[in-house]
Ligand binder design. Structure first.
Ligand code: HEM
Length: 414
């Protein structure tokens, strides 16, 4: 499994914070007003919102730095930041979600703010769908994927996001006047809610998988699929624990032993859920397996090909033939849904990852069909080269980079 890059970890922290804010706000409605506990829930939800805000800003900074091809520190001071906010879907959604964090925090501060808090945190968490793979879809399939992903995020929040509040209620109820009654009542309610969430997660998860996996075999054949399989394994473990809670522990409430055991297994469930969110953080940074099956044109078997995937633009780069010597480079640019990506200027830079060869950089020429080409590309030596596709659009440059292997031309190909 690929080592999580900083963006994956920041996404995971942000998901956990948003899920916890919505899960806790909804849990407050589920249990009704419990004076001793209400303030504790509000504080926890507010803390989750603060983490959502900080991790959201960091997430934005990391994406902006990638778009502007600058180190994070420079990107934050760069004039191009404005265009990232105004010209990209990611930027516009980020501003809306920032406002929702403020709204949710304000609602949590109001004595009668529980429903508005649930409303604002639902919008905040649901809007995550527009920042990921689901947000790039078009047409009917795109709409189904988007709705499914929103449902997925909300179901994950009401179950996984509600677990910390549920565990703290179980611990708190030990000191309550009729500890067992409250715990048993809330456990029955939460367990019913969780069953509904599991069904929603499974349904929406299968829809998401069907859209983002090309074939079922991709579950093992692609990095994206293997991360998803790990996620499903953790999900199965959570289901097992939830079933144990429901069928072995709930029936033994209000027994003190069952209460303590339930608090313990709920915390284990929460840790498994956090593991799932780390995997989801990684999934969002990988090219969906379905993309790897769709080279956008027939590829000459002698060519070198790489599909480069970012949140903003994707590129298919073909160097034909893929041998040292004289070749042509063909570059096709796409939005994530394979809608053509318009650019003002495209350059290709090839830098050797080995010594003894010089880097090259060329301007590409655009063909009437939108493809960008470079003829007579002289590649000195075989080896692994770092290809950088530099895309200029409305004064903002985006750089996509990936390794590409140039082989030695054998006798037959001379
Ligand atoms: C406790 C259980 C689960 C939790 C907490 C969870 C959480 C999440 C979250 C937070 C996202 C990110 C949404 C986004 O970026 O737009 C996501 C995406 C996804 N989930 Fe789940 N999920 C769970 C179960 C499942 C199950 C059971 C499946 C499959 C049957 C599944 C398949 C997916 C897929 C394919 C995506 C899309 C990832 C992408 O955008 O590349 N999930 N999940």
């Amino acid at each position: 499994m690929p080592m999580p890059e900083p963006l994956a970890i920041v996404r995971a922290v942000h998901f956990a914070a948003c899920l916890a804010a919505l899960g806790t706000a909804a849990f407050m409605l589920l249990v009704g007003r419990l004076d001793g506990l209400d303030r504790q829930f509000r504080r926890f939800a507010a803390a989750a919102l603060a983490v959502a805000l900080l991790s959201g800003v960091l997430w934005f900074a990391l994406v902006a730095a990638r778009i502007l091809a600058l180190p994070v520190s420079e990107a934050l001071g760069d004039g191009g930041l404005i265009s990232v906010v105004t010209d990209t879907r990611f930027g516009r959604i980020a501003i809306i979600r920032l406002a929702l964090v403020v709204l949710a925090a304000a609602a949590l501060a109001l004595p009668r703010g529980r429903w508005p808090a649930v409303g604002a945190t639902t919008a905040l968490t649901g809007a995550i769908a527009w920042t990921g793979h689901a947000g790039a879809g078009t047409g009917l399939l795109g709409a189904v994927h988007l709705i499914s992903d929103v449902a997925h995020l909300i179901a994950a929040s009401l179950w996984l996001g509600g677990l910390p509040a549920f565990a703290s209620l179980l611990v708190w109820s030990r000191g309550a006047p009729a500890p067992g009654d409250l715990a048993a009542r809330v456990t029955r309610r939460f367990s019913l809610l969780a069953i509904g969430c599991v069904l929603a997660l499974l349904t929406s998860g299968i829809i998401n998988s069907a859209v983002l996996l090309g074939w079922p075999t991709d579950l093992l054949a692609s990095a994206y699929g293997r991360v998803l399989v790990l996620k499903l394994a953790l999900f199965a473990a959570m289901l097992g624990l939830a079933a144990f809670n429901r069928y072995r522990l709930t029936s033994r409430l209000p027994g003190r032993g069952a209460l303590d055991a339930l608090a313990g297994t709920t915390l284990v469930e929460t840790v498994l859920g956090l593991g799932i969110l780390v995997l989801v953080g990684i999934l969002g940074t990988l090219a969906p397996a379905s993309h790897l099956h769709k080279p956008t044109a027939a590829i000459n078997p002698d060519a070198a090909f790489v599909h480069i995937h970012t949140e903003v633009v994707m590129a298919d780069l073909t160097i034909d033939p893929g041998y040292a010597g004289t070749s042509a480079a063909i570059i096709r640019l796409w939005h994530e849904d394979y809608a053509p990506f318009a650019a003002d200027r495209v350059q290709l830079a090839l830098d050797p990852t080995f010594s003894g060869a010089a880097g090259i950089r060329h301007d590409a020429r655009q063909l009437p069909d939108g493809t960008w080409v470079i003829e007579n590309l002289r590649i000195q030596s075989p080896g692994v080269w770092t290809a950088r596709v530099i895309i200029e659009r409305k004064g903002t440059a985006t750089v996509l980079d990936a390794p590409i292997v140039i082989t030695q031309c054998s006798n037959e190909c001379r």
